[in-house]
Design a binder for this molecule. Structure first.
Ligand SMILES: [Zn+2]
Length: 241
């Protein structure tokens, strides 16, 4: 606790420059995944080929007109690239913002259409939700989504089979910061990130760009990564045929 408080105090004094010099978090390298319906993230599947202290930044539930621009600003300030898992309903609401995310160098996948608890739906309803979100993605980006993250990470056999057949990567996670509580402060989120990093050591981090406290805390969270010696790896996918 005390060490983190000192760390946060040190971070608060750091000036922000416009370039991507060594004082920034930066993006260390990019992994380009095949469109082959693989599944990654050790909470449910195999690990991505990452080294010690390499992390992949991921953001769910957007795009959100209120919060996603703050997340984009924080990432740009640190020259860090991320992957956004977007809901179909939000893609239909904010297509320009979704395209802005990708035009700023980030990658995008889908995160269902309306964020249902898929195991409570019939197989037909589950596949309908997938079809709607895929159509929303294609309407906005002009290509098929390369990746899918399950809402609440709740997987079902019918969805796993459908995603595999469509060559869509299932993106689970290796660690999270449990960022959905509106009262969370930047310090609490930074503490959770600190603990998750110490426990997992590498992997895919789940955050939420639609969550106000996360968007507000992100400049600090990225500096926690930098100060702890973590490197950002960006996920991309091969171009669709
Ligand atoms: Zn979600």
């Amino acid at each position: 606790m005390k060490i983190l408080a000192l760390l946060l105090a040190a971070i608060a004094g750091t000036a922000t420059a416009a370039d991507c010099g060594p004082d920034k978090l930066n993006t260390e390298r990019t992994i380009v995944l095949k469109r082959e319906g693989a599944a990654y993230g050790t909470q449910q599947h195999s690990a991505l080929p990452l080294g010690d202290k390499e992390v992949v930044l991921t953001f769910d539930d957007g795009p959100s007109p209120e919060n996603t621009p703050l997340v984009l600003k924080a990432l740009a300030d640190q020259c860090a690239r991320a992957t956004f898992f977007m809901e179909g309903r939000n893609l239909r609401q904010s297509p320009d913002l979704a395209r802005r995310v990708v035009s700023e160098g980030h990658s995008a996948g889908i995160h269902s259409d309306t964020h249902p608890h898929l195991p409570t739906l019939s197989p037909e309803q589950q596949l309908d939700d997938l079809a709607l979100s895929r159509a929303a993605y294609k309407a906005v980006f002009g290509v098929e989504t390369p990746a899918y993250r399950f809402p609440f990470l709740e997987e079902t056999p019918i969805m796993l089979a459908a995603l595999k057949q469509a060559n869509i990567t299932v993106a689970s996670i290796d660690m999270a910061i449990n960022d959905w509580i509106p009262e969370d402060t930047t310090e609490i989120l930074a503490q959770r990130l600190n603990q998750s990093l110490d426990k997992a050591g590498r992997g895919i981090i789940l955050m939420h760009d639609a969550n106000g406290p996360t968007a507000k805390a992100l400049p600090t969270l990225l500096k926690v990564l930098k100060h702890k010696g973590y490197k950002v790896v960006h996920l991309e996918w091969e171009k669709a045929q």
